[in-house]
Design a protein around this ligand. Structure first.
Ligand code: NAD
Length: 288
């Protein structure tokens, strides 16, 4: 049985994942604003550092895995909070936990992305680049022109950036090379308190209810928790840098032909350079 850190474990999908891991016999160290083992505010860098350190102490320096589910929805006026929790609340914690994950045998991490990464149009590239550069002001600036709709672009931008960070990081020698499997789940509309708040608000209910979901209805937190448990199990040993989309078909509906795509002519040189680098062991020296 393993020890897992789960952020956002007081509600919704984080709570369902924590419950499922405990039912399976694992030890869970929950991180949230209330009602969990470690009460911490992931919207500040001091709160993130405190949460990261206290998890490491409770885990005794070895983590078998982590689930990064804490997050805010696209609520107008909360743009900074959204960016702080959804992007830095993942990157800062995982960076601090990496040695403890590497110390375990075959550690596995699931980051909560979202299908908004591929279904929200016109997310400014500057927002994604701002997050990846670690600069929240730069990330938010290009969304201001959208007024109160800007929160939706900060939200989708934070999820695109955290997913790109995950994919870039997953394949490095410090992560895959150290035996850590880093992946993301991208849920669509899942009926949690976060979605319920959007359904209860007349300003957002229409958009949620009319959003195309080919299979119909909403997903459940418990079914997402089952996916998370599967990704954290030995079945996930060969899963690295993957984004598992569980959204009733919305992404496929809007983007059916956008992936997979062959490497374009402009990318062939880089493709061969990366192959050569990997062969010469400058990339990942050894994946367990
Ligand atoms: P939720 O609101 O039910 O749970 C989120 C949890 O994060 C809450 O317990 C909350 O207290 C915690 N949290 C928020 N701010 C925090 C902070 N500053 N410090 C510590 N904890 C904080 O939401 P959910 O629907 O279960 O969402 C889980 C994740 O899935 C989020 O990252 C969300 O963006 C993402 N997501 C949700 C949906 C959906 O439809 N529900 C869809 C796609 C992605």
């Amino acid at each position: 049985m393993g020890t897992y850190a789960v952020t956002g474990s007081a509600s919704g999908m984080g709570k369902a994942a924590a419950d499922r891991l405990r039912t399976d016999g694992h030890t869970v160290i929950g991180v949230d604003l209330k009602d969990v083992e470690i009460v911490a505010d992931l919207s500040t860098s001091a709160g993130r550092a405190d949460a990261a350190a206290r998890v490491l102490t409770l885990a005794g320096g070895i983590l078998d895995g982590a689930v990064l589910a804490a997050g805010l929805g696209p609520v107008p006026g909360r743009e900074r909070l959204i960016g702080e929790v959804n992007y830095f609340g993942v990157v800062d914690l995982l960076t601090a936990w990496r040695p403890a994950l590497a110390a375990a045998d075959s550690a596995k991490v699931v980051v909560f992305s979202s299908n908004s990464t591929t279904t929200v149009p016109l997310v400014p590239g500057g927002t994604v680049r701002g997050f990846l550069a670690g600069n929240l002001d730069r990330a938010i600036r290009p969304t201001k022109k959208f007024g109160k709709n800007g929160a939706a672009f900060v939200y989708a931008g934070s999820k695109i950036a955290v997913t790109r960070w995950m994919r870039r990081t997953a394949v490095t020698k410090e992560w895959a090379g150290a035996g850590i499997r880093l992946n993301a789940i991208a849920p669509g509309a899942i009926l949690t308190p976060l979605l319920q708040r959007q359904l209860d608000d007349p300003a957002t209910a229409g958009a949620v209810n009319s959003f195309p979901v080919p299979i119909g209805g909403f997903g459940t937190a418990e079914s997402i928790a089952d996916w998370v448990a599967f990704m954290l199990s030995p079945n996930g040993n060969f899963l690295v840098g993957a984004v598992i989309v569980v959204d009733g078909g919305s992404d496929a509906y809007f983007r059916s032909d956008d992936w997979p795509v062959p490497v374009p002519v402009s990318g062939v040189l880089r493709y061969f350079q990366l192959s050569k680098k990997f062969r010469s062991n400058k990339g990942i020296p050894c994946v367990r």
